[in-house]
Every structure is written in structure tokens, then in C-alpha cells.
Design a protein around this ligand. Sequence first.
Ligand SMILES: [Zn+2]
Length: 276
Amino acid sequence: MLFGVAGVPHSSKGRSTVDGVRAIKELGLDAMEVQFVRGVRMGEKKAKEVGMVAKKLGVILTVHAPYYINLNSPERDKFDASVKRLYDSARIGSFFDAKGVVFHPGYYLKSSKQRAYERVKKGVEITLEKLEEDGIEAKLRPETTGKPTQFGELEELLRLSKEFLERGYDVRPCIDFAHIHARYRRFNSYGEFVEIIERVEEEIGRESVESMHIHLSGIDYGMKGEREHLNLEESDMKWRELLKALKDCNADGILICESPNLEEDARMLKDAWKSI
Ligand SMILES: [Zn+2]
């Protein structure tokens, strides 16, 4: 399992992506998720430079697409803009060999779950076809979301992934264990973590368990799901049980820490993983 953080580590001397990659290496971590969350503001040239530095240092990169994506928007311009943001994230990420492009698919708004599913699927399909046309390979990772108003239940994402995997596209869920816990106010025990991993294996195969894209942090939540991310030790997240479950299921892949303290929790997770 590779361990990384969401964005440039706090201890990084500079705030650029390249500085962040160097800091990851110095921290003894393995990966960084490049944050395009407020827009894809990196050009092709910069992305290639980031890729070269990361390759040289052996740091693995992933991408988090903009938050302003709603593939279930009934408004055509918003839908199109969402597709474009996802496409741009994947295109720029391809220049630094992103091992995953994470995105929040959208909101249910007034749609039924089935209607939302169909629209999201259409959006993902248009994005994938355009990427393919342009010769860009991308691993799209729709994320399990933390609020009941957001599209992104594990079952929805497994269904979506399965449909695209069958067509030869690399679409698999980004499993955010904190979001799943916050959304349902359960899924915070060894047995439930194993249940999640087993569902992934049943629906989209062993390979998906061996190449997981995981998000983890502590989390505060209420009846409406996610409130805010917390540091692991200041939350109720049973992260040791989660690591044990992942290890016992022989899971592998990339774990991105999204705690406010970023690298502190990422280091703690990596150290704990090694000692299990
Ligand atoms: Zn996310």
C-alpha cells in the first residue's frame, strides 16, 4: 500500500506542486493527490515538469478533480461544464501519469436515484469517449461521498464501475472510508470494513481490491452526514481496524490521507501498516 496526502504537505517549504512532490519524498511518503479542487489551473508544460520530478523521486501522483462538478445537473451548460472539468483533470493528470482521477459525481437534487445514475453515467461516458478519441488514458475514480444529498453510494459506484469495466474502461470507486462512515453513521468496525472490501471484490473483481484508491481521515458528522474532516486521533474513526481489515483482505493500492494535519496522519498510517 502506498501512502500519501491530499495536496502539498504542510511541512513543504514552497507551495508549488513540485515543492510538494519533493516534500513527500523527504517525509518518507509515497504519493500525493494533486488538488484541482478549485479548478484545473495547471498547464501542460507545468504538468510535464511535475511528472518528471515525481518520476525521478519515485513519487506516485493522483488527481482530485474540481468540486464544481455535477453530472446530474438538469441544466445543459452546467452538465457540459462538469464534463469539461472532469476531462481537463484527466488530460492534465495524464502528463504526470496520474494513477487515478478522483471526482465527486454530483448531487441528486430533485431526481430519483435511478435518474441521477443515468445522467452521471452519461457524463462519465461522454468524458471517457472524448478522452479515448484524444488518445488519453485515464483511470476515473468516482468517490464515495459523505452526504445523503450527494450521488456516490458504494453500490451506485460499483454498478457504474462494473458497466464501464465491462467496456474496457478503467473506472473504479475511490473508497473514502470516512465519508461512508459519516453518511451512514456506521461502517466503523473491522467487520464492516471487511464487508465493504468484499463487496468491491464481488462486484468488480479481485484486481480492484489489489489496486484500491482509498481516502481516509477522521470525520465529524451528523444526521446530514459529513460535517468536516478531523485528525484521526481526534475522531471516532477506527483506523487501526480498517488497516487490519485491508491487510487481512490482501488489499493494495494507494491511500490518500485527508486529515487536516495531512502528513502527520499519513505517516502514522504508514508506520502502523508496516507494523501489522
Ligand atoms: Zn473528494
